[in-house]
Design a protein around this ligand. Structure first.
Ligand SMILES: Cc1cc2nc3c(=O)[nH]c(=O)nc-3n(C[C@H](O)[C@H](O)[C@H](O)COP(=O)(O)OP(=O)(O)OC[C@H]3O[C@@H](n4cnc5c(N)ncnc54)[C@H](O)[C@@H]3O)c2cc1C
Length: 394
């Protein structure tokens, strides 16, 4: 049985940042990391972007292992959290004890009720490597889901000369995020880039095996592919927390010091439900910026620092040559006021609820996330007509 001053379950970006935060505050305490993955922490966003365009290599996405006294238990799943004994039991039969624990367990991809392991549920480095191998040898791919992951993976494959069909039950690319006219623009843009965008269609079955696969849709369309990728969302990995009796409500509930309902157990990243000051609401967010900032703050808090974490993270995406950053609530059901310099090329989109700005999308506009965050934080009522020019951009 190994004992750690700080034990972390999960080996993603939140865990990596927590180690940075711990070491800033405590140079020597022992740190243990239990992670189901067989790799040490790495940055996930390049898996669907920079690794496909050659902007980054595998070595460059690995998080620097600069801190001493960190023990990794790779390829191991924590199965039980015993709070009274401050112990974690994992699937190789080992038990680890801790003074302080961080749950950085992220999320697991939602799965379709068919297709077994013939579908690549794109989340990890192993998923990237599997798709990359397939793409080296085969030409035709189907991507299920038009959200962040589906739209990025479809673009990545198409940029590598692959024939790609993207199937979404919604009206197009990132339909839950963008207003209808931007979705229509992206559908056309993807089609011009050679992607077959199939909207308003649900996949109901997968036939065949190996690299000879056929998807069947509800409206009886059949789509052949050598590889099938799905990006249909994640569910937070809260099982350990639930079984241990921690408070869970759309994620593991944490206070502003990132403590769970147990004083020596902390949580952060995709799995945590926290209070976002600018939005004035609790939320669970799946963004890199949150994994990095909240992970670091959680590490500092575990090591005894005074932490008051209420950050509103930004997120970003690259879809072929179009990039954006965004802050706050981006929900296409909100009222959206667009301030274009050039339509669908450069502009700022304001998302309003009840005359208050709740989210801002910066479309090929950079270094304005702080201004967007400040605007959301004012929570003042604004007339839609007063928004144009509110965030100045070139
Ligand atoms: C392909 C891809 C592209 C992305 N692109 C962007 C982007 O452009 N912009 C952006 O803002 N965000 C992006 N994201 C989201 C961002 O990467 C996540 O928000 C971030 O990685 C979350 O980190 P995390 O450490 O909280 O969780 P995760 O990354 O999910 O890590 C959790 C870790 O815990 C491990 N684990 C879980 N349960 C257990 C257990 N019981 N025992 C042991 N180990 C366990 C898992 O194996 C995993 O290693 C992207 C995500 C993906 C998958």
């Amino acid at each position: 049985m190994a004992h750690y001053n700080y034990l972390i379950i999960g080996g993603g970006m939140t865990a990596a940042s927590a180690i940075d935060g711990l070491r800033e505050t405590d140079a020597n305490g022992t740190i243990g990391v239990i992670t189901a993955e067989t790799h040490k922490p790495y940055d996930r966003p390049p898996l669907s972007k920079a690794l496909w365009t050659g902007k980054k290599t595998l070595e460059e996405i690995m998080r620097p292992a600069t801190h001493g006294n960190v023990t990794y238990h790779l390829g191991r799943v924590a199965q039980k959290l015993d709070l009274s004994g401050k112990q974690v039991h994992e699937d190789h039969g080992d038990t680890h004890t801790f003074d302080k624990l961080l749950l950085a367990t992220g999320g697991t991809t939602r799965r379709l009720p068919f297709g077994r392991d013939d579908v690549i549920y794109f989340r990890t480095l192993a998923d990237y490597q599997r798709l990359q191998e397939l793409a080296k040898q085969h030409e035709t791919f189907a991507v299920i889901g038009g959200g962040f992951i589906g739209s990025e993976v479809a673009a990545a494959l198409a940029m590598n000369g692959k024939k790609v069909s993207l199937i979404t039950p919604e009206n197009g690319i990132c339909a839950r995020l963008f207003p209808a006219e931007a979705v229509a623009f992206f559908n056309d843009y993807y089609r011009q880039k050679g992607v077959e965008v199939i909207t308003g269609e649900s996949v109901v079955a997968l036939e065949g095996t190996g690299v000879n696969l056929t998807l069947a849709t509800k409206k009886n369309r059949r789509i052949n592919a050598n590889g099938v990728v799905a990006g249909i969302g994640i569910v937070p990995n809260v099982e350990l927390a639930v079984a241990a009796g921690l408070k869970v409500d759309n994620g593991i509930v944490v206070d502003q010091s990132l403590r769970t309902s147990h004083p020596e157990v902390f949580a952060g990243g995709d799995v945590a439900n926290y209070f976002d000051q600018a939005l004035g609401a609790r939320r669970r967010v799946e963004h890199e910026d949150l994994a990095n900032t909240m992970g670091k703050a959680a590490g500092q808090a575990m090591a005894g620092a005074n932490v008051n974490f209420t950050h509103t993270p930004f997120f970003y995406s690259d879809l072929f040559q179009i990039g954006y950053e965004a802050v706050g609530e981006l929900d296409s059901r909100l009222q959206v006021i667009a301030d274009w310099k050039e339509e669908f090329h450069t502009g700022v989109l304001y998302y309003l609820d009840n005359q208050r700005v709740r989210g801002v999308l910066l479309w090929n506009v950079w270094r304005k996330a702080d201004e967007a965050r400040a605007l959301i934080a004012t929570s003042e009522t604004v007339a839609a007509s007063a928004l144009k020019g509110r965030i100045a951009f070139e």
